[in-house]
Structures are given as structure tokens and as C-alpha cells.
Design a protein around this ligand. Structure first.
Ligand SMILES: C[S@@+](CC[C@H](N)C(=O)[O-])C[C@H]1O[C@@H](n2cnc3c(N)ncnc32)[C@H](O)[C@@H]1O
Length: 344
């Protein structure tokens, strides 16, 4: 028999209204995570567990509210409270420290920054109109906002580099690169992916193509005396430097189809005869299963003009730009490599 609202015939926790309630308040976990990262709580636990009162004093917080924030985070394995009421780091909380290898603090602050948070709150507008509310809220397009000054730029580009760090070696390893070639990392940020590719493949040379202000913070110097790289400042809507392999990681998802075709056409003009493009992005699978690409897709909807795409949608972009899609290669990350070769 169907239960009517208020019926007690079915155990309460299977009532879908409880699930809806939880979904409706899901943003509070993100808010708590952001607050913990911003307060630097994890940095103050590096020497071991501490009582909340002591921790509150160290980070300059209200002890009661700090405890309420941490006990929510602890429900998902970020910090843990012991029997004596002290909080300690967990493996995930450890990565909220700013000073550890693999730190993810800047990535969390970027993903929860007002530039994503506020437009996401206006998602209804994006769905109704088909356009992002970003420019209405911030007065300029996304990447112009992050070019305003060095501190604003760092919020996105340092966070983006941290977000990409765990992916880059796996992407570099997943693809069977030619033994010798020039690899252009188009919109390569601070160069983390190119760094991983050059480390993994000693016969390759690399070009980091980016906006000039982003190149200023590049990391290719980490290769030391190995000088198989160069920096090329530029705009991928007006051209691309010559090369054999184009890495285009988390670029096309920022832009609409027409903008993507413009970017790819510049690659088509610049690519060598036996070259290829490697688009590294989420590839949305059919069906109802959860997929991280379906989540980040809504950031693209609310703050940018782009979207995450299916294989068929990448195929259409490639065809329009003079490439043939030759394969989708899994990388062991949430991203795949969509390979295209020039049509002659
Ligand atoms: C989402 S980030 C991806 C960065 C990097 N590929 C990665 O996966 O970590 C997009 C990048 O595109 C760059 N970008 C945006 N507009 C550009 C343009 N017109 N020309 C060149 N690069 C641009 C940004 O500076 C940013 O680094």
C-alpha cells in the first residue's frame, strides 16, 4: 500500500523527504570545509591532537562554534574527535595544511571561492536563460576577473595547480607519447602537466602556452638543468604555437562549442602533419550513475560558458575543427584523454 505523507507505515528513514532535507542542506558541508581551510585549523594540529579551546585560541575562533564546525567535518573523515574531546588530523585533514607536499588547501579555497559559490547560488538563472550569471555578479568574464591583480590571480591559478597535481603524473603515464616530439600545453596554467610529461618522457620537448600573467608563476624551473621547455605567452583564441602534440587539459570544458572550435582550429593550423590533439577532460557517460563530471559541469554552467561533454559531443567539436576522434583513453583519474588526429 502506498504511504501518504505523514503515514507511519513505512520506517521514517526511507521517507524521501528526509533525503530531500539532507540534499537541501548539502552546501553546509562545503561551507564548513571552506571555513576550516580558511582558518588554517589543520596547520595548528600538525603536532598532534588538541582540545578545542586550545585550538580555538590558536586559530582565533570561538570555541563552541569551532567545535560544531569540526564535528560535522568529522562525520566524513575530515578531522577526528577522540574520547577526551581533542581533535586530530586524518589523512584528508592533513592535506588541508598549507605546508605539506600534496597540500589541497588552495584547491579547496578555489573550489569554494565566491566566484564559484555565488553564481552557483543563482543556478536557476543559468538554467532559465542558458547563460551564466557570472558577469552580472562580478562585472566581467571569469578569466578577466582572475587577471585583475596578483592576489586574485593566485586564488584561481594556485588552487587550479593544486587540483591538477594528483592528476598530472597519471595523465602523463596513461598516454603512449611519441619518442620525440614537441608537446604544447595549451592553457597549461603553471605547467604542472607539462612538468609531469617531460619527467616521464625524456625524448620530448615542451611549450607552455598561457596568458602572460599566469606564466610569471610557472613551475618548469623544477626541472633544474633540464631545459627541454620554453614559455610562449599568448591567447588561444587568436593562435597556437607550432607543435606535434597539443595537451588541452580542462580547457574546452570552460568554453561553449563555438569557442572550442575556434581554439581547436588554431591547433589544426599549427599542428604538424603526424601530430595530434589530446583533450583531457571529463567524458560524461550515459545513464544515471553518479559521476564527478556531472558535478563540475554545474560549475562550468554557473561561472563559465562551458560544459562537460559526452564522447559524441567531443566528436562533433573535432569534426568541426578538422580533426578525427581516434580514441578515448582512461587515465585512472576523473579525466580521460580524447585523442584527435588532423584530417587532411
Ligand atoms: C581551468 S584552467 C586549466 C589549467 C591547466 N590546463 C590544468 O588543467 O590545470 C584554464 C586555463 O586556461 C587559461 N586561459 C584562459 N583563457 C586563455 C586564453 N585566452 N589564452 C590562453 N590561456 C587561457 C587560464 O589562464 C587557465 O590557466
Amino acid at each position: 500500500m502506498e504511504n501518504s505523507p505523514g503515514s507511519v507505515e513505512r520506517p521514517a528513514e526511507t521517507d524521501p523527504r528526509f533525503a530531500l532535507m539532507d540534499h537541501a542542506m548539502g552546501y553546509l558541508f562545503s561551507a564548513a570545509l571552506r571555513a576550516a581551510a580558511a582558518l588554517g585549523v589543520a596547520d595548528h594540529l600538525s603536532t598532534g591532537p588538541r582540545p578545542v579551546a586550545e585550538l580555538a585560541e590558536a586559530v582565533g575562533a570561538d570555541p563552541l562554534n569551532l567545535h560544531r564546525m569540526l564535528r560535522l567535518l568529522a562525520t566524513r573523515g575530515i578531522f577526528v574527535e577522540d574520547d577526551e574531546g581533542r581533535f586530530a588530523l586524518t589523512p584528508a585533514a592533513e592535506l588541508l595544511r598549507g605546508d605539506v607536499p600534496g597540500s589541497f588547501r588552495s584547491a579547496v579555497l578555489m573550489l569554494t571561492d565566491k566566484t564559484f559559490w555565488q553564481p552557483a547560488g543563482e543556478l536557476e538563472e543559468a538554467v532559465r536563460t542558458g547563460t551564466s550569471p557570472f558577469e552580472r555578479l562580478f562585472g566581467m568574464p571569469f578569466f578577466d576577473h582572475f587577471a585583475r591583480d596578483a592576489d586574485t590571480a593566485a586564488v584561481f591559478h594556485v588552487g587550479m595547480a593544486e587540483m591538477s597535481d594528483p592528476e598530472n603524473p597519471l595523465v602523463a603515464w596513461a598516454y603512449d607519447f611519441p619518442a620525440s616530439a614537441t608537446v604544447v600545453d595549451l592553457g597549461g596554467g603553471h605547467g604542472g602537466l607539462l612538468l609531469a610529461v617531460l619527467r616521464e618522457h625524456p625524448g620530448l620537448r615542451g611549450v607552455l602556452f598561457e596568458q602572460p600573467h599566469v606564466l610569471q608563476k610557472h613551475r618548469l624551473g623544477e626541472l633544474g638543468a633540464d631545459d627541454r621547455w620554453e614559455l610562449v605567452p599568448g591567447d588561444f583564441f587568436t593562435g597556437a604555437p607550432p607543435g606535434d602534440v597539443y595537451l588541452i587539459k580542462r580547457i574546452l570544458h570552460d568554453w561553449d562549442d563555438e569557442q572550442c572550435v575556434r581554439i581547436l582550429r588554431h591547433c589544426r593550423r599549427a599542428v604538424s602533419d603526424h601530430g595530434r590533439v589530446l583533450v583531457v577532460d571529463a567524458v560524461i557517460p550515459p545513464g544515471n550513475d553518479p559521476d564527478p563530471g556531472k558535478v563540475i559541469d554545474l560549475l562550468m554552467m554557473s561561472s563559465l560558458t562551458g560544459r562537460e561533454r559526452t564522447r559524441a559531443e567531443f566528436d562533433a567539436l573535432f569534426t568541426a575543427a578538422g580533426f578525427r576522434l581516434t580514441g578515448v583513453i582512461p587515465t585512472g583519474t576523473r579525466l580521460s584523454i580524447v585523442e584527435g588526429i588532423p584530417v587532411t
